[in-house]
Design a protein around this ligand. Structure first.
Ligand code: FAD
Length: 416
C-alpha cells in the first residue's frame, strides 16, 4: 500500500499533522498502537506555563527567550505566532470547543484543588483568569455516590485556601446503581454512557435541588459527561440553573478521550486511513530515506510513502524505551539525545526537574531524524518523542505537540 505520508502514532501530534495533511489533499495513513497521552489528559492544553521564576502569564514572551535547542526555537517564535490561530478552528471542525488564548494563560483547577496555567481548556472545564480573584461565589462540589476517581475534599481545601466558601454533596441515579455494584465499573467512561437522554434531565433536577439547598452560586462536578461529543455537556449546562463546571478526574480522562475520538473521526472523514491497534515494528531504509514500514497486523505487507512522520510519544507511549543503562528509540534505532550515564537520568528528589523528561530523538532544524549521525531525508519527528523540552515542568506538552505537527505538515505540503 502506497501513501503520500505515513504517520506512526495516533496521539494529538499524529492526528493534528494527519488532519492538516489530509485537508491539503494528501493520501495519509496513521498507524496507531493504542492509548495516547490524550487518554490521560487534564482537559487543558499547555503552551508554556512555568519556568524557574514560577507561573507564566504571557507564554509568547517566554517562548521568544528559549534556548536554540527547544522545539519552539526550532519552529521559530514568529512561526509559532503565525500557526497558533489555526489551532482552535482545527479542533472546532472536529467538534471540540476550546476556550483560552495564547496571549495570556488562564488557570485550570486540578483534581487536587490546585490551579495550574493553561492555554486552551475544553468546554465547561473549571478555569479562572486568576486564582487570586475567583468569581465563583459559594461553590457546591458535587460527586456521584460510589465514584472513587474524584476527591471533593481536596478540591474544597484548595478553594478554601483561595478564600472560597464550599460545600460538598453526593447524589446518585437509579441507572448508576448497576455500575455501583462493582467499583471497577464505576468509571468515568461507563458513567458517561449512562448520563445521556432523559437521565440528563434527572441529573439537572438533582443538581438544581442541591443548588436550592445550599444556595450555591457555582457547581463543580467530575468530568464524567460527554464521552462521544459535547452535546450532553451543553444540554446539562442549559438545564442547571447556576454555572456548572467540570473538574478532570483521576485517569481515564473523559475529555481527552472525547478529543481523541473526535480528532480521529475528523481525520477519517477527510479521507485519512487510521490503522487502529496496529504497531509499526520496523522500517526499510535506503540512501538515507525511509522506503517502507512493516506493522504487526499487516505482517509482510509493506506500507510505503514519500514522507514519514514519527509521532510515537515519549516513554509513556513507548516512543522511547530504557534498559538499565541505555535509552533507545525502539522501532528504527534512531539517534537519541540522552545521557549514557544512568545517574544523569533522574534527580532523587521527585519534585525536581527530571532530565529524562527532555530525552528524545535527535532532530535537525526541520525535525528530520538521524540514524548513525546521518539525517533521514523524508522522515521527521513531532510531539513528545522530539524531547528537548520538559512538558511537565514547563507546562508545554500539548503546545509542542500541536505546533511541531503543524510545522512538519506545512513543510511537507510546501515540498520543503
Ligand atoms: C499521562 C500524560 C498526561 C498528559 N497530560 C497533558 C495535559 O493534560 N496537557 C498537556 O498540555 N500535556 C499533557 N501531557 C504531555 C503530552 O506529552 C503531550 O501533551 C501530548 O499529548 C503528547 O502527544 P504525542 O502525540 O506526541 O504522543 P502520545 O500522546 O504519547 O501518542 C503517541 C502514540 O503513538 C503510539 N505508538 C507508539 N509506538 C508505536 C508504534 N510502534 N506503532 C504505532 N503507534 C505507536 C502510542 O500508542 C500512542 O498512541 C501529558 C503527558 C502524559 C504522559
Amino acid at each position: 500500500m502506497k501513501y503520500d505520508t505515513i504517520i506512526i502514532g495516533g496521539g494529538i501530534s499524529g492526528l493534528v499533522s494527519g488532519i492538516k495533511l489530509a485537508k491539503s489533499g494528501s493520501k495519509v495513513a496513521i498507524v496507531s498502537a493504542g492509548q495516547s497521552a490524550l487518554h490521560f489528559s487534564s482537559g487543558s492544553m499547555a503552551l508554556f506555563g512555568h519556568d524557574a521564576g514560577g507561573d507564566i502569564l504571557h507564554p509568547l514572551e517566554a517562548i521568544a527567550e528559549l534556548p536554540a535547542t527547544h522545539p519552539y526555537s526550532k519552529i521559530g517564535p514568529d512561526a509559532v505566532k503565525r500557526m497558533l490561530p489555526e489551532v482552535k478552528p482545527l479542533f472546532a471542525e472536529a467538534g471540540i470547543t476550546l476556550n483560552g488564548t495564547e496571549e495570556k494563560n488562564h488557570f485550570r483547577l486540578t483534581p487536587v484543588g490546585a490551579f495550574k496555567p493553561a492555554w486552551l481548556s475544553m468546554l465547561d472545564y473549571a478555569t479562572v483568569d486568576s486564582p487570586d480573584n475567583i468569581p465563583w461565589g459559594k461553590v457546591a462540589i458535587v460527586n456521584l455516590k460510589g465514584y472513587l476517581d474524584f476527591y471533593p475534599d481536596f478540591i474544597a481545601r484548595g478553594l478554601n485556601a483561595c478564600g472560597l466558601d464550599c460545600v460538598t454533596r453526593e447524589f446518585t441515579h437509579v441507572e448508576l446503581e448497576v455500575l455501583r455494584k462493582s467499583s471497577t465499573e464505576m468509571r468515568a467512561t461507563n458513567i458517561a454512557r449512562v448520563i445521556t437522554g432523559r437521565v440528563l434531565d434527572d441529573f439537572a433536577r438533582d443538581i438544581n435541588r442541591i443548588i436550592d439547598d445550599t444556595q450555591a452560586d457555582t457547581v463543580l462536578m467530575p468530568a464524567v459527561v460527554g464521552l462521544f461529543d459535547e452535546e450532553p455537556v451543553k444540554r446539562l449546562s442549559g438545564l442547571v440553573k447556576r454555572p456548572l463546571r467540570y473538574v478532570s478526574t483521576m485517569p481515564m480522562s473523559l475529555g481527552g478521550m472525547r478529543a481523541q475520538m473526535r480528532l480521529r473521526n475528523h481525520f477519517q472523514k477527510l479521507g485519512g486511513t487510521y490503522l487502529i491497534g496496529d504497531s509499526v515494528s520496523y522500517g526499510v531504509m535506503e540512501d538515507n530515506r525511509l522506503k517502507s514500514v512493516y506493522t504487526v497486523n499487516l505482517d509482510d505487507m509493506p506500507l510505503e510513502a514519500d514522507n514519514f512522520i514519527l509521532a510515537t510519544g515519549s516513554f509513556f507511549s513507548h516512543g522511547l524505551k530504557a534498559t538499565p543503562d541505555t535509552i533507545y528509540e525502539p522501532i528504527f534505532g534512531l539517534d537519541v539525545n540522552a545521557s549514557h550515564s544512568r545517574p544523569d537520568w533522574y534527580d532523587t528528589d521527585m519534585y525536581n526537574a527530571q532530565n529524562y523528561m527532555k530525552f528524545g530523538v535527535v532532530t535537525d532544524e526541520d525535525f528530520h531524524v538521524f540514524k548513525e549521525q546521518s539525517p533521514i531525508l523524508n522522515f521527521r519527528a513531532i510531539g513528545a518523542v522530539v524531547g528537548a523540552h520538559d512538558a511537565l515542568k514547563e507546562e508545554s506538552g500539548a503546545g509542542v505537540s500541536i505546533l511541531s505537527a503543524l510545522k512538519v505538515a506545512n513543510d511537507i505540503i510546501n515540498g520543503k
